[in-house]
Design a protein around this ligand. Structure first.
Ligand SMILES: [Zn+2]
Length: 378
């Protein structure tokens, strides 16, 4: 048994100071103030720091340095060091079919050997995205018609592991694709991504499981309307539908999402429907003018913003800075909400019977310790 004492527990909407957590067989068996600590327990003193549910990064291609498919074990380990106890490695449209299959085989093999203990499945970002929205108009390997023979093998390979599937609803033939994915993976969560879909096209997919707006406000269409009148695009549909979660890449300069928008979104989506992601990538293009100071985001060689160099703890810290969110709030955005959105029922909260996945941070969300299934791994 492990007893964490002297902890400030971060619950979804309140703190419990001077508290303890009891862990047995990797599971939280009790928590709260004035707990009796059994004599046999190994005691870990949290020194008054904040103890929250382990971070859940549902959307990241890398660990802030290296692509997942290049070194899955290193990525898994580095993310654990940054408090991420659940991760969905994200595979992008930029891979062609063979590369998708190869990446999945490679990551699967390490996960099956137990070398990626925080691996929880895949976030498939494509391949059927709109090439006009951050998806390489010229070289997009998937810009042709959507054909079953192209995606079937990939779908079969991830039928037990894909948790989230991102797509652009407006692409012709995507409805058949969605039905095939849904038939194979009934609990799949769809997202609207890299898209200029109309609200109607997005809402049509909600009964089939669309419930996340991928990196909200990035690559999310154009506001076409009459001159001088604001139109509607993907962002409006995500904002309007309270069942849709908004993923936010929260970088230090507020480039992916403007700090004013972050504050606005806290109002519109409420604390229940914000998901922080890192969307970490590995591109080394030069900064675009005006972004020279942006050390935590990536630029591609087409002069576009291309994901971040962050781990999720950094995204949490930036969210606190930009919106005045509390440590409690950001644990909710980076653990409770993503776990709920994806349908994980044993992580994302400090709760009896849940896995003892815990992240211990200071007041500025610097990760001091990570506990994975009751084991102190950092
Ligand atoms: Zn991504």
């Amino acid at each position: 048994m492990l007893a964490i004492i002297n902890a400030t527990l971060c619950m979804p909407d309140h703190f419990i100071p001077n508290a303890s957590i009891l862990i047995e067989d990797g599971v939280i068996v009790d928590f709260g103030k004035k707990l009796e600590i059994p004599a046999c327990a190994e005691v870990f003193d949290a020194q008054g720091l904040y103890v929250g549910p382990g971070l859940v990064d549902i959307h990241t291609h890398a660990d802030g340095e290296t692509w997942f498919y290049d070194d899955p074990v290193k990525c898994s380990k580095r993310l654990l060091d940054h408090g991420v106890t659940t991760v969905l490695p994200t595979l992008y449209y930029s891979l062609n079919k063979e590369q998708f299959l190869e990446a999945i085989d490679k990551i699967d093999s390490f996960a099956e050997k137990g070398e990626m203990p925080n691996f929880a499945g895949y976030y498939m970002e494509g391949p059927y995205l709109n090439p006009n929205f951050g998806c390489d108009r010229e070289n997009n390997p998937w810009k042709g018609p959507i054909k079953k023979e192209d995606y079937e093998e990939i779908l079969n390979k991830v039928s037990k592991t894909a948790k989230v599937w991102a797509l652009s609803p407006e692409r012709e033939g995507n409805m058949d694709f969605v039905r095939d994915v849904k038939a194979k993976i009934p609990n799949i969560v769809f997202t609207v991504a890299h898209s200029e879909a109309t609200p109607d096209q997005i809402e049509e997919l909600m009964p089939l499981g669309l419930k996340i707006g991928t990196h909200h406000t990035n690559a999310t269409g154009t506001l076409e309307s009459f001159p001088e009148c604001r139109g509607v695009c993907v962002d409006e549909a995500v904002n309007y539908n309270s069942d849709i979660y908004a993923e936010l890449i929260c970088d230090s300069m507020g480039i992916h999402v403007h700090p004013y928008n972050l504050r606005l979104l806290t109002k519109i989506k409420g604390k229940e429907k914000i998901i922080l992601i890192s969307d970490s990538c590995v591109y080394d293009g030069p900064p675009i003018p005006g972004c020279e100071e942006a050390f935590d985001i990536c630029f591609d060689w087409n002069g576009e913003i291309a994901g971040s160099k962050m781990t999720l703890d950094i995204s949490c810290r930036n969210m606190m800075v930009h919106t005045g969110a509390s440590v409690c709030d950001v644990f909710r955005y980076a653990s409770t909400n993503p776990a709920k959105a994806v349908g994980f029922t044993d992580v994302g909260q400090i709760k009896k019977g849940y896995l003892a996945n815990l992240t211990i941070v200071d007041q500025w969300f610097n990760v001091k310790n990570t506990i994975l299934k009751g084991e102190i791994v950092k």
